[in-house]
Write a protein that binds this ligand. Structure first.
Ligand SMILES: [Zn+2]
Length: 118
């Protein structure tokens, strides 16, 4: 059990003791904090038309073109909470959107502020 964590998003926290990404909701260890946390999550690569269906018949339906856009949803393998969603072109690698300077944070040289009480 970790004793020192930093909350990063609503459902993602950084465990400074074990240097891992964890789920806030169920404490599932997602993976090493030196890696992209999304690699440790379950993902659902969705056809955007299932979320934004056509409003009209024909080419100008206002539905997203699945050959240009995919909607990727990320879920915690431990509890199933949806942790993130992103829109990517087909074939694009998962976005690496959070990268923390772990060494600076652990050494106290990071610009860390106290977290609010939960
Ligand atoms: Zn979880």
């Amino acid at each position: 059990m970790s004793t020192d964590t930093v909350r990063i998003t609503e459902y993602l926290e950084l465990d400074l003791t074990n240097v891992t990404w964890n789920c806030v909701r169920c404490s599932h260890v997602i993976g090493s904090a030196h890696e992209n946390y999304k690699h440790g999550l379950k993902l659902y690569d969705r056809d955007p038309r299932t979320i934004y269906p056509a409003r009209f018949e024909g080419a100008h339906s206002f539905a997203p073109d699945p050959t240009w856009c995919r909607i990727v949803e990320y879920y915690c393998p431990g509890c199933g909470v949806q942790m993130e969603t992103e829109y990517l072109p087909p074939g694009h690698p998962l976005a690496h959107d959070i990268q923390i300077d772990i060494d600076a944070l652990l050494s106290g040289t990071g610009n860390r502020t106290e977290r609010p009480a939960n």
